[in-house]
Design a protein around this ligand. Structure first.
Ligand SMILES: [Cu+2]
Length: 116
């Protein structure tokens, strides 16, 4: 009985990820930044090669998909001309870890309303 339980425990441990999934290491602008205007681009940098599968921006107006490069596996991705709105912008990203498991997250960028 003990050996059967031991084997089961070993299986359970093998099922849990041996290596931590890739994480978003940094972004430019950094999450939480308050900007005077929409940035020319947003850069996402991961801790290991990752395949980014989608980036979108969520505001009170709704969700809009953004294009990014490169389309293959990389550690850094560029989102050109995200055209962020004044106010709070949540950039949601989804990616595939090297082991094929999906990972996702979000950063917040705030654009100051124009002075009048
Ligand atoms: Cu995994």
């Amino acid at each position: 009985m003990r050996s059967i339980f031991g084997g089961f425990l070993a299986l359970m441990m093998m099922a849990s990820p041996a290596v931590a999934h890739t994480t978003l290491e940094s972004t430019s602008p950094a999450s939480g930044a308050v900007l005077s205007q929409s940035p020319e681009q947003v850069t996402l940098t991961f801790g290991e090669p990752t395949r980014l599968t989608s980036v979108s921006v969520v505001t009170t107006a709704g969700e809009r998909r953004l294009s990014f490069t490169p389309s293959g596996s990389a550690t850094a991705f560029s989102v050109p001309t995200p055209a962020l709105s004044a106010g709070r912008n949540e950039l949601r990203w989804r990616a595939l870890s090297r082991d094929g498991h999906p990972v996702e997250g979000a950063i917040i960028l705030v654009v100051r309303p124009p002075n009048r």
